[in-house]
Design a protein around this ligand. Structure first.
Ligand code: SAH
Length: 224
């Protein structure tokens, strides 16, 4: 899978793609992440990318022309399945959306900044808008990092053991059960006996019970 991210501050999110699972996905040749500085597509001598909004009001708006130039340059080289805009009023990112997106080949993620992007970008160039939650960020970069992380780890072959993604929260509409590691007792705080019992069937049953209990307590809506 190839993901092209367009941003006015690409350096803000270089690091999330250079560590841990996402770096491993890149090393295995399963994921490519390319960051594009919108400024390189800016207009006039100043490489301008933003301007005041029509009608007045505080805050700059990213202009349509540099974004169109950047997206067109990418589209000239390959086909894209989706051109995504990160937006607080977009579809809320959840695990099933991440699953669907992880099956695509090429996507573009456009990060807004300041007041956002000229509406004509959203009308004519964007195919999907995604929000990572009902709050406002300073820019779409952190949202893009969250989107790419949630997708990247689901690309088949990225995680060592495919079941480790399947057992994560939300993957089967259940919250994951609690996990423990050594020591078996710390300050009198004990690991549940069943987990060190070696009884595989009992452990499976305990985990399923805990998952159900947690889902009922914390995310009852998942049962619907
Ligand atoms: N004026 C806009 C917010 C602009 S915030 C409004 O009120 O809706 C600047 C940029 O950050 C946005 O263009 C968007 O790309 C990004 N952003 C902010 N919050 C976000 C969220 N919850 N999810 C995804 N992107 C977000």
């Amino acid at each position: 899978m190839r993901i092209d991210i367009i941003s006015v501050v690409p350096d803000l999110i270089r690091s999330p793609f250079e560590h841990s699972i996402l770096q491993r996905a890149k090393d295995k040749g399963l994921l490519e992440v390319h960051l594009h500085n919108l400024r390189e597509y800016g207009i006039n001598n100043y490489r301008q990318v933003d301007d005041y909004q029509y009608g007045g009001g505080a805050g700059m708006v990213l202009m349509v022309e540099p974004i169109d130039n950047c997206i067109s340059a990418l589209k000239a080289k390959r086909d894209y399945d989706e051109v995504i805009y990160t937006s607080p009023d977009g579809d809320l990112l959840d695990q099933s959306m991440a699953n669907r997106l992880s099956l695509l080949n090429n996507i573009i993620v456009l990060c807004g900044h300041y007041k956002g992007v000229d509406e004509r970008v959203r009308i004519h160039l964007i195919t999907k808008e995604i929000s990572i939650g009902n709050y406002v960020l300073s820019g779409g970069e952190l949202a893009a990092a969250v989107i790419v992380d949630s997708i990247g780890r689901l690309i088949p072959g990225v995680l060592n053991n495919e079941t480790s993604a399947l057992e994560d929260s939300f993957q089967d509409q259940l919250i994951a059960p609690p996990v423990y590691t050594r020591p078996v007792e710390y300050k009198g705080w004990k690991v549940p006996d069943v987990l060190s019992s070696g009884h595989e069937a009992k452990i499976r049953e305990w985990r399923m019970d805990e998952s159900l209990k947690r889902t009922k307590e914390r995310r009852p809506e998942l049962f619907d």
